[in-house]
Design a binder for this molecule. Structure first.
Ligand code: J2J
Length: 546
């Protein structure tokens, strides 16, 4: 596939020989799961319960329906669905067809969606129906009218016969169809879908993941997390994100024959009753949500005794909060340090508390290679802090169709530059110490500074801008935009409204806008973001945000 950089053949051969890559595909896997776990519950969405057989059948029907629309192998389809059962019917149907889902988040707006559709020349865009609190129909009609590749808008969860030029998913599900087989179905080495990068550049990057590599990471995660057919996973984070999708997440749970329970919202008053009702055994949250849950567990009276593992990841979980998990929730904490590009690290369930509280885990696979290097790519002394580089059987060798960026983001011998600053403990566990990439980690939501800067620069009153992280007790970090105005400075809200109106996802909109006359510079005359970060940290300790 043009734009996809595969592993060099000697590496591919090695990963196959080691049994990491087995040639399975997601479409085939679901068929096998349906054979094995048939009538058992795969998905719980509100009052709806789909068995493995149901999911398999729906994927068949939908694949046939998609094929009728003219979708086929390697066609990209932007999927923007919340935590609903339909998400799984859609993605497995696309897998079966060999079409490529692009995993947009529900929070993405027209700027992001337009970019994904244009960049992948997506043929279709799948959106949720009513009752989401946002007009996805309006967003979709704007996209269809302006992005020529997008032939179909498909609405999930709406009554058959949806009008206005959109297609109801239920209509596609109508026609019985057994055992859909694509004439040119994918093989294990083929790209299965695109994940999105948290990014640090002007536009989001697309991450091509293959059936082989992703299934390996699922298998490893299932084993490490001890999942089996009695496991019940509660999906509270948006299911399209790599963490709840694969670490081991919803797909790992299905692979193990367990049950996935879909939470419409992550708040304790929605999630705790589900944990109690469905006897949930494992779930995954980001650090700010873990804090909310810890707080709520003290007051809300729900039976959480079924919960065995609380996974926390996506951003650094401090040791003070980490130490409270077991005493407060009565379950094991598992720290997860992962990335959509590949490498995922877990603390193990039988690790001593000290490791679980103070480290971010160790890699899934013995074939994950880890290097900790200085600014010149030389390995640092054991235990010292440095840049994390990684290579392995489920870490990509390049972003999709981005040769220039790839030259910077990967070393010549194929290591991915994660942009994270880490140190390795003597037992091989990673501790995340900071970040070198120009990104803000807003409680697990990643914001690329350059992307936001580009959009702010489009405002006519803005001469220059620098976006940096500011510390925040709850989210860990928030976003601050330092702006040099052309003349009289506009109000901060004019900038944020401008970004919202342009169609930027809300989590990328700066929490604070500061007007300055000039930027501090480094010795070589570059904007010193370090000085700006220190300035806003000092200021935000003293005053309320503007
Ligand atoms: C510090 N930083 C972390 C952690 C991720 C599992 C879990 C998380 C992600 C994810 C994922 C961190 N402590 N525990 O895909 O499968 C920051 C790092 C990393 C970046 C990746 C998974 N866990 N991070 O968060 O692609 O900076 O994936 O490089 O969204 O999040 O972000 P993302």
């Amino acid at each position: 596939m043009p734009g996809f950089i595969p592993w060099p053949e000697p590496w591919a051969e090695r990963y196959r020989r080691a049994g990491h890559w087995r040639g399975d595909t997601f479409g085939g896997l679901l068929r096998a799961l349906a054979g094995r776990f048939g009538g058992r519950t795969a998905l719980v969405d509100g009052e709806r319960r789909w068995s493995y057989r149901d999911l398999d059948q729906k994927a068949d029907r939908l694949a046939a329906g998609f094929a009728r629309l003219g979708l086929g192998p390697r066609d990209a389809v932007v999927v923007q669905l919340p935590n609903t059962a339909e998400f799984f019917a859609v993605i497995f149907a696309l897998f079966r067809l060999g079409a490529l889902p692009v995993f947009a988040l529900p929070a993405h707006r027209s700027l992001e969606i337009r970019y994904f559709c244009e960049f992948t020349r997506a043929k279709a865009y799948v959106i949720p129906g009513a009752a989401t609190g946002f007009d996805y129909r309006g967003l979709a009609s704007g996209i269809r009218d302006t992005v020529s590749s997008v032939e179909h808008v498909i609405v999930a969860g709406e009554s058959p016969g949806a009008s206005g030029g959109v297609i109801a998913l239920d209509d596609l599900l109508d026609e019985p169809h057994d055992q859909f087989v694509s004439s040119a179905g994918p093989t294990g080495g083929d790209v299965a879908f695109f994940q999105l990068s948290g990014g640090s550049t002007g536009v989001p990057k697309l991450i091509p993941r293959t059936h082989d590599d992703y299934i390996l990471s699922l298998r490893g995660s299932v084993e490490i997390c001890g999942l089996d057919d009695t496991s019940v996973y509660l999906a509270v984070l948006p299911v399209a994100h790599n963490f709840p999708l694969s670490s081991p997440g919803t797909l790992g749970t299905l692979l193990a024959g367990g049950t996935v329970v879909l939470a419409p919202r992550p708040s304790p008053d929605e999630a705790f009753p589900l944990i109690e009702r469905e006897r949930v055994t494992i779930t995954a949250v980001v650090p700010p949500l873990a804090l909310v849950w810890l707080e709520a567990a003290a007051t809300l009276r729900h039976d959480l005794s079924s919960l065995r593992v609380l996974q926390v990841g996506g951003a650094k979980f401090g040791p003070e909060a980490a130490a409270r998990v077991k005493p407060t929730l009565g379950c094991q904490l598992q720290q997860v340090f992962g990335m959509a590009e590949g490498l995922v690290n877990y603390t193990r369930l039988d690790d001593p508390d000290d490791i679980v509280i103070h480290t971010q885990g160790r890699p899934i696979s013995p074939d994950d290679e880890i290097l900790v290097v200085d600014d010149d790519d030389r390995e640092v002394p054991a235990g010292a802090v440095g840049h994390l580089l990684t290579r392995g059987p489920y870490t990509i060798r390049g972003y999709y169709d981005s040769p220039e960026h790839n030259a910077r983001a990967f070393t010549p011998d194929g290591f991915y530059r994660t942009g994270d600053l880490v140190r390795l403990t003597p037992l091989g566990y990673l501790v995340v110490e900071g970040r070198a990439k120009d990104q803000i980690n807003r409680g697990g939501d990643k914001v690329a500074a350059e992307e936001v800067e580009n959009h702010i620069l489009a405002h006519p009153a803005v001469r220059d801008v620098a976006v940096v992280a500011m510390p925040d007790a709850f989210l860990g970090e928030r976003t601050c935009a330092f702006v040099i105005a052309r003349g009289a400075a506009p109000k901060g809200v004019e900038i944020t409204r401008f970004l919202r109106d342009r169609g930027l996802a809300a989590y990328k909109i700066p929490d604070r806008v500061e007007f300055v006359d000039a930027f501090p510079e480094t010795g070589v005359g570059k904007v010193s973001k370090k000085t700006l970060r220190a300035a806003i940290a000092a200021k935000s300790r003293g005053g309320a945000p503007s």
